[in-house]
Design a protein around this ligand. Structure first.
Ligand SMILES: Cc1cc2nc3c(=O)[nH]c(=O)nc-3n(C[C@H](O)[C@H](O)[C@H](O)COP(=O)(O)OP(=O)(O)OC[C@H]3O[C@@H](n4cnc5c(N)ncnc54)[C@H](O)[C@@H]3O)c2cc1C
Length: 402
């Protein structure tokens, strides 16, 4: 039984507590029994999960809005609680939920009324699958290096280039695409567009098999014409659109990692309590206890950072780059260690293909890379700390001068 005492923390309202409990019950029945995904069935499993999540109205939390959404704005605490809970039950369920949110997030935050009306209700009902296409072969961590271009032509933009590592690539019905429109050099010359998967000139170049299967692809754009009405925000605001969207969803990556870690801890506690070693329960061995203590500490510290970031975004500030970076960095790195410890506690069983801790070991790895690798999060945290220090120093100088 997973520890739920964190739900009593002051970050949450009673509505959040009820959400976490109801979703846990639902996921125990509708998600946990599903098999592990493999390449041949992963698309169908994702479609089925989106259908189930939509049918039970959980996608309402990923897609806010006036047209039947639960809230006017994304509630990051709900998103994190949902990702943590789904991640604890089945990584692909978390993925299916998260991508509906990330893929449509820029429309929720920056879309015109018309775009919101025509896309968001369908995403919420699971009728359209969403994806977020930022990365390129030469522009992953360095977003400002994007080479894909979007050139104005009458009422349209014409997009040419390549996007890669795109989750839901090949499965999605539409993509939020970032391309260079050239208003200024680097990050200031990007714009964001909604591009339907069926648009002529857009094709799936290849599917990329990964260690924990989920739909992932490289996309090619060749003279792909997109109406100007599909622009998100203003021309040249693409970087801002991408970063504001990631700001919301980055903490939720930490939440998914937290869910994986909590599951690993639960599995390890169960095993250590039931297994006998050297004539006594394994849980009596002090080196095992030391591991369990480190794991429990890591889980709680991750939860504090994740829900601090989510609460800050919901209740205090629009941008939470520092808090979200800390949550993502700490929770993903810690989850990797917690899961590794769980594998160790299971001994040989821990590396048997398909065992829950073996699955978690593969599933957690990519989270330290996507939506900003751990090193990128460190850069964000250090820059914010330096900027705060500089502000303090100049205000101290100013007050000494007056
Ligand atoms: C499973 C998976 C799913 C993904 N889904 C999507 C998606 O849906 N949409 C999308 O747009 N992209 C997606 N990505 C892409 C992901 O965001 C990029 O892989 C990531 O940003 C890293 O870019 P890169 O792979 O080009 O590595 P690079 O940019 O080449 O970086 C390589 C490594 O360099 C290190 N590094 C980076 N910056 C610094 C620094 N400043 N100082 C020191 N070291 C540094 C990091 O360790 C990093 O892992 C996904 C990736 C994976 C693996």
């Amino acid at each position: 039984m997973a520890d739920r005492s964190y739900l009593d923390w002051p970050f949450f309202d009673n509505e959040h507590r009820a959400l976490a409990r109801d979703l846990d019950d639902w996921a125990t029945e509708h998600v946990r029994p599903m098999p592990e995904a493999h390449e041949e069935i992963v698309d169908e499993m994702c479609r089925e999960l989106v259908r189930r999540l939509a049918g039970a109205s959980w996608l309402d939390y990923a897609v806010p809005g006036a047209q039947g959404g639960r809230r006017e704005a994304l509630d990051v605490r709900s998103l994190c609680l949902i990702r943590e809970t789904l991640g604890r039950h089945h990584a692909l369920a978390d993925f299916a939920f998260a991508m509906q949110g990330l893929g449509s997030g820029a429309i929720s935050l920056f879309g015109s009324g018309e775009l919101k009306t025509s896309y968001l209700p369908a995403v919420r009902r699971g009728k359209r699958i969403a994806a977020f296409a930022l990365s390129e072969p030469e522009a992953g961590s360095d977003v400002a290096a994007i080479e894909t271009t979007a050139v104005e032509d009458g009422d349209h933009y014409v997009i040419d280039g390549t996007k890669t590592w795109i989750s839901n690539g090949g499965l999605a019905d539409f993509y939020t695409v970032f391309a260079r429109t050239g208003e200024a050099p680097g990050a200031k010359g990007l714009s964001a567009f909604v591009v339907d998967a069926a648009t002529p000139g857009l094709e799936v170049v290849e599917r990329i098999p990964v260690m924990a299967p989920h739909p992932l692809a490289t996309l090619g754009f060749d003279g792909c014409r997109v109406p100007k009405s599909h622009l998100l925000g203003e021309p040249g605001e693409g970087f801002k659109v991408a970063m504001a969207t990631l700001d919301v969803f980055r903490s939720t990556v930490g939440a998914a990692a937290l869910g994986f870690a909590r599951r690993a801890l639960d599995e390890a506690l169960e095993r250590a309590s039931g297994r006998r070693l050297f004539g006594e329960p394994m849980s009596e061995l002090q080196m095992v206890q030391s591991k369990l203590a480190d794991m429990a500490l890591g889980v709680d510290a991750s939860a504090l950072l994740v829900y601090r970031a989510a609460w800050t975004r919901d209740c205090v500030a629009d941008r939470v780059s520092r808090e979200a970076a800390m949550a993502k960095l700490y929770a993903t790195e810690t989850a990797q260690r917690v899961i590794d410890d769980a594998v160790q506690i299971f001994g040989g069983l821990g590396v048997v293909a398909g065992h829950p801790v073996e699955r978690l070991y593969r599933e957690v790895r990519a989270l330290r890379i996507y939506e900003g690798a751990s090193e990128v999060q460190k850069v964000i945290i250090a820059r914010q700390a330096l900027a705060a220090h500089e502000r303090e120093a100049s205000s101290a100088t100013a007050s000494r001068g007056t």
